[in-house]
Design a protein. Structure first.
Length: 641
């Protein structure tokens, strides 16, 4: 490996293009700058935000073997003279064509910029902030280096591509600001996937510069808004500024009107409250907090309509807090709620699966003997009311009975005499029940000495390596029986479904690692083998539960999912469960199901997570008075364990 590194104050250039491979293999590169920025390219420019020592790691691979070089570099603050430009990159992808836009790139010195584009087919230099288009199958990294002729900056994004498919990208607006007297200094360089930046300073002034400043003519309260335009979705971030010595500012007026109504996305009766009657005499920007009087609240919001579901009917005091940043006004309102709509209880549906298995039984002398057992479970049983506690009652047909509490719990029973038995299972939710019977054949306890058990064997056939598909073919033709006996095949796929036959196929409902068990039987003895396979994109994401705020009886949290793989994640579902009394009251940016445990799934616009990128969804919840908000583990097929 050959790596050259040049440091220019806070800016660094890393070049590994002179690296070579003795076998003339094609090489891939990864440059880790040590501050969270990673570029998968042979050379790259980068400007650090703070002076100090950083570890720069360059990895070169031929697809099988890798070589890594690590250097510790020291960067300083900018001490005058030319400053490196700031590269910004947005990408588009449709019908197999990918394209890059760097229009939001900025040079603080006002220098003319050139653009070096690489869409996976080699670099081209242009004076245009728009790249040429390229047709690819599967996607490619788009890399742009923006140069002022002396210094440069490199940005990179992955653009997925499929013939006949369009991909949507959402910009992420991230603003930094510093207020000094009447002047605000703003910086949007941490925004992502944006081709246009627009500042609204709240006094009618605007700017499209990535880094700029604005001086207000009069003291006052102003709403600073950053808009970042993506392809096609945009994002905004805003803060309220108190500029100068604000005199004679009048407090706002808190007004709230509520009604009980319905919403298409909520099954229960909701209390909908309109805050738009609240006014500020000075026309200042307002924020609101609605405390519902049952231990939950909205947290700080800026929208003027909010809804809430009361679990119990009764009289409540709703407290509205309105703030213009300088003044906070609180007003209380009496409210009567009819509570939730009671969900009618529906009966469970019973299902049963039984098979004969061999298990080792300990003997008094310390040895063990294989004996026959009949293994039965209620896998496949369902209950329309997910919160019901179920009881599974078993009658094995020979006077023996058992009781289990989960459908996946297995009853292992030994019949003393070989023969045909009727197994009866009743599942009950405490009010309703359902009963199912199965005729099973038992070989008794002892395994005949003159029979040689069969050997179970199977292979899993999938039509792709990564990401593995959700479906697979299961082939047990390699199973054998030394006696030449005819065999039966029983499959259990690890997701609650079963199948029979020497060959079968199965589609898993969601990504994950599933243990598939094949049991083969010659009528007298059986043998089981288990293989674990990976189906769908599994364990390629970091899933974090982040508590952003909490108060006496409530909290606000977000879940962040970061794609740490090398391919886009298309669709996600994660879950969590509180061990105490914490509960979620409402969410945003996700589709939530369940009521502890909870399951959150993507919406249409945030289903795709690009490599290295993150999505977040949030929620507000309630907790018992005087307790700390829980931080549960986030689980899901995509989450790294």
């Amino acid at each position: 490996m050959a790596v050259d590194t040049a440091v220019h104050g806070p800016t660094i250039f890393v070049d590994a293009r002179d690296s070579s491979d003795p076998d003339k293999d094609s090489l891939t590169y990864e440059i880790d700058f040590g501050d969270g920025e990673v570029i998968r390219y042979s050379n790259a420019w980068h400007t650090y935000r703070a002076p100090g020592n950083y570890t720069v790691t360059v990895t070169v691979s031929d697809g099988e073997l890798t070589d890594t070089q690590t250097d510790i570099i020291t960067v300083t603050e900018h001490s005058g003279g030319n400053r490196a430009p700031i590269a910004m990159l947005a990408v588009s992808s449709g019908l197999g064509l990918i394209h890059g836009r760097a229009n939001a790139s900025f040079d603080e010195d006002g220098d003319a910029l050139t653009y070096i584009w690489d869409l996976g087919a080699g670099p081209t230099t242009s004076s245009s902030a728009n790249s040429p288009s390229r047709g690819v199958d599967g996607g490619a990294y788009i890399t742009v280096t923006v140069s002022d002729g002396e210094l440069a900056d490199t940005k990179q994004m992955f653009a997925p591509a499929r013939c006949g498919a369009w991909y949507d990208f959402r910009a992420s607006a991230n603003l930094e600001y510093r207020l000094e007297d009447m002047t605000v200094y703003v910086d949007a360089r941490d925004s992502e996937a944006a081709y246009n930046i627009n500042w609204h300073f709240g006094d009618g002034a605007t700017s499209n510069d990535l880094v700029t400043s604005h001086t207000y003519a009069e003291p006052g309260i102003y709403r600073l808004v950053l808009s970042a335009s993506g392809i096609p979705f945009s994002d905004t971030e805003a803060v309220t500024l108190v500029v100068g010595d604000v005199q004679d500012n009048e407090p706002p007026l808190a007004v709230l009107t509520c009604e009980e109504t319905t919403r298409s996305y909520i099954d229960d009766i909701v209390t909908a409250c309109d805050l738009s009657g609240s006014i500020d005499p000075d026309g200042d920007y307002l924020t609101y907090i609605v405390d519902w009087g049952d231990g939950s609240s909205t947290g700080v919001i800026s929208y003027t309509e909010t809804v809430h579901v009361y679990e119990e009917a009764g009289n409540y005091v709703i407290t509205l807090t309105v703030s213009d940043t300088l003044h906070t006004v609180t007003q209380q309102f009496n409210w009567t709620s009819t509570g939730q709509i009671e969900e009618p209880n529906e009966p469970p549906v019973a299902a049963v699966a039984c098979s004969e298995v061999e298990r080792a039984v300990a003997q008094p002398d310390g040895s063990s003997v294989d004996q026959y057992f009949t293994a039965c479970s209620g896998v496949g049983s369902t209950d329309p009311n997910e919160d019901d506690d179920l009881i599974f009652s078993w009658d094995m047909g020979d006077g023996a009975t058992y009781e289990t509490t989960r459908s996946i719990d297995t009853v292992f029973h030994q019949y003393q005499v070989a023969g045909t038995y009727t197994v009866t299972m009743t599942v009950s939710d405490g009010e309703f029940s359902d009963t199912i019977t199965r005729q099973i054949e038992s070989s008794g306890i002892a395994i005949p000495d003159n029979n040689t058990p069969p050997t179970a064997c199977f292979r899993i056939i999938q039509n792709a390596i990564y990401p593995p598909p959700l479906n697979a073919i299961f082939d047990a033709s390699c199973s054998s029986d030394p006696d030449g006996d005819a065999l039966t095949y029983q499959w259990e796929f690890g997701d609650g479904t079963t199948a029979t036959g020497v060959n079968t196929s199965h589609q898993f409902a969601s990504p994950g690692r599933y243990a598939t068990t094949l049991t083969v039987s010659d009528g007298l003895a059986s043998h089981a083998v288990t293989h674990t396979g990976t189906y769908g994109a599994v364990g390629t994401a970091q899933c974090e539960y982040i508590l952003t705020s909490e108060w006496g009886t409530g909290f606000v949290a977000v879940v962040r999912i970061t794609n740490q793989g090398v391919t886009p994640l298309n669709g996600w579902t994660v879950g969590w469960q509180y061990t105490g009394g914490d509960r979620v009251s409402h969410t945003w940016n996700t589709q939530l199901t369940g009521s502890n445990p909870y399951s959150a799934a993507n919406l249409g616009w945030n289903a795709v997570i690009q490599p290295g990128q993150s999505i977040e969804f949030g929620f507000q919840g309630t907790k018992p008075q005087g307790t700390a908000a829980e931080i549960p583990a986030i689980i899901g097929a995509l989450c790294e364990s």
